[in-house]
Design a protein around this ligand. Structure first.
Ligand code: IMP
Ligand code: MG
Length: 183
């Protein structure tokens, strides 16, 4: 299925059914790994809101949630400059923290968030990201423990991810359509 968002063409990449199944499995893994603890999920706004909602429903153990907001993207390009827009309003000292991201590309945004959280001296710190573009990663981030899907180097939208602010409400994930190049 093809759609258009803000005059850009996108095609279906991952269906919601597949996303749900993957999240169920990650949820089970988190329940095992965090048994007997009360982890704090830190959602990275805006992109992670939908994933975080579905993920937390699949984690049956006691847990808390808080948010942080950073931004680096304009349109479909990362600017490289990361701004903190909403600060953490929870003390994470001695807590078991799970950062929840929509997507990790270069890893620069995540590195920034990890550094902010480490200043709180948490008991443990892991990252759960729905999507990972492994070929774009240029940071060595050992905290990335839970990954929903590894995807190619393509711009994607839907399920929380946006293009110029739009497309976050789509249930499925879409990738930017290939524009045939003349040779
Ligand atoms: P990084 O800093 O290069 O890892 O980029 C990560 C951030 O850029 C994510 O948290 C997203 O907000 C945004 N981003 C990266 N790739 C995409 C994409 O394909 N679609 C939408 N947003 C993206
Ligand atoms: Mg994000």
């Amino acid at each position: 299925m093809n759609i258009q968002i803000d005059q850009k063409d996108f095609e279906l990449l991952i269906e919601y059914d597949q996303i749900k199944k993957r999240i169920r499995l990650i949820g089970i893994q988190l329940e095992v790994d965090y048994e007997g603890r009360v982890p704090v999920f830190v959602g990275v706004l805006n992109g992670s809101f939908m994933f975080l909602g579905d993920l937390m429903k699949e984690v049956g153990i006691s847990s808390e949630v808080t948010f942080i907001k950073v931004s680096s993207y304009e349109g479909d390009q990362s600017t490289g400059k990361i701004r903190k827009e909403i600060d953490l309003y929870m003390d994470l000292k001695d807590r078991d923290v799970i950062i929840v991201e929509d997507i990790v590309e270069s890893g620069n945004t995540l590195k920034h968030v990890i550094d902010i959280i480490k200043e709180h001296n948490p008991a443990s710190l892991n990252v759960c990201t729905l999507l990972l573009k492994p070929r774009k990663l240029n940071q060595d981030l050992e905290e990335i423990t839970y990954v929903g899907f590894e995807i190619p180097n393509e711009f994607v939208i839907g399920y929380g991810l946006d293009y110029n602010g739009l497309g976050r409400n789509l249930k499925d994930i879409y990738r930017a359509e290939h524009v045939p190049t003349e040779t």
